[in-house]
Unconditional design. Structure first.
Length: 368
């Protein structure tokens, strides 16, 4: 397929003129066959696909194991704080429209804080440390009364699973100072109703979306929630973390079927139209913004909570499915000429899954 035109060699050179198709001159590379070109393209795409997935899944989990979204995945949800808007019109047109409670995500070298702006867009700050972060999460959000002491949730990620503990105002500063990689600290959102409940919503994009409606599982604490006064009294007695939650029942967990029930919403899921739309916007935002990534998201599962005011909050992206992004290969490499490019579709028919959606996500997911 290659048509390499060599120049007349200088004295003592190894080239001896234009090569004859079908023959290999001494020292000249053999032209690649169509099968070899296809294998080269597929391997290049596969390696890029796996490398990019490794960047946004949990550290220490090797491809193709079920790793789940890691700290770097959340950087796809909001632009860097120093990014400059160079487009026309309102810069919010390029931002993700989603309601996210103040959330600090820690890596080995940084702490990125995500929150929702007054215009309903996900924003990011990298300059909040220790007490500044505590002030921003509590006072800045305006979500707590002076008498509320339990204000945040700490999530320790391990692969696709995570453990959650409640944090008081006094514990928050220390937790921020001591947080390590794969830890997130999020402002507490009180669920509406007598019992704590988290809705796990799975949405599929692309052609499959028309055939597969959103799937909703509801994780509900089997015991009624304790009051804020109950939490304050228990804290005064020294209760904290998981021990506190076992008594006031503010957090759900799919790890313990004795404390949390899981039920699938059957029939029409119109009551979860807003969370489903938020998942669709996350997929669209990541796929449009991550044009340099070698994958596109085809399915996404998110955990949502509805507060006492009827507002839905995206707590976390629980899992996602992906497939290789169609890439452009230079014609000279593909062997079809010296100019232009063509799109080369992946020949791999299977999709790779990072995190499990649907029934698997609800049955085996981590703490809510």
């Amino acid at each position: 397929l290659f048509s390499i035109h060599s120049q007349p060699a200088a004295e003592g050179g190894m080239w001896s003129g234009v090569g004859t198709p079908g023959r290999t001159a001494a020292g000249r590379p053999r032209p690649m066959t169509a099968r070899e070109v296809k294998h080269f393209v597929d391997e290049t795409q596969r390696k890029g696909y796996e490398a990019d997935l490794a960047k946004v899944t949990h550290e220490g989990v090797r491809y193709p194991d079920d790793g789940g979204p890691g700290p770097a995945f959340f950087q796809l949800l909001a632009h860097h704080p120093d990014a400059c808007w160079k487009g026309d019109g309102n810069p919010d047109s390029a931002r993700l429209k989603a309601t996210v409670p103040e959330t600090a995500v820690f890596t080995e070298f940084s702490c990125c804080t995500y929150y929702t702006s007054d215009t309903g867009c996900v924003m990011r700050r990298d300059d909040l440390k220790s007490k500044d972060l505590t002030t921003f999460m509590i006072s800045g959000s305006g979500a707590f009364d002076a008498g509320e002491h339990v204000v945040a949730v700490q999530k320790n990620f391990s692969g696709r699973r995570n453990n959650s503990n409640l944090l008081s105002r006094a514990e928050l500063d220390k937790a921020v100072d001591q947080a390590s990689a794969n830890v997130a600290i999020q402002r507490l959102v009180h669920a509406a109703g007598a019992r704590a409940a988290v809705s796990r919503v799975t949405v599929t994009s692309g052609k499959a979306a028309a055939k597969k409606p959103p799937t909703v599982f509801v994780l509900t604490r089997v015991a009624d929630k304790g009051s804020i006064e109950d939490a304050n009294v228990l804290m005064a007695k020294g209760e904290a973390g998981g021990g506190l939650n076992s008594k006031i029942h503010w957090l759900t967990t799919s790890e313990d079927f004795g404390t949390t029930s899981i039920a699938q919403a059957r029939g029409a899921v119109i009551g979860w139209a807003e969370p489903a739309a938020m998942c669709e916007r996350v997929i669209d935002h990541v796929n449009r913004r991550g044009v340099r990534l070698s994958f596109i998201i085809t399915e996404l599962t998110g955990d949502f909570i509805k507060d006492a005011h009827g507002e839905w909050w995206l707590l976390q992206v629980k899992s996602f499915h992906s497939e290789p992004r169609p890439t452009l290969i230079v014609r000279e490499i593909a062997g079809i000429g010296a100019r232009g490019e063509r799109a080369v579709q992946s020949a791999r028919g299977s999709r790779d899954t990072y995190g499990r959606g649907g029934a698997a996500a609800a049955a085996a997911g981590g703490a809510g």
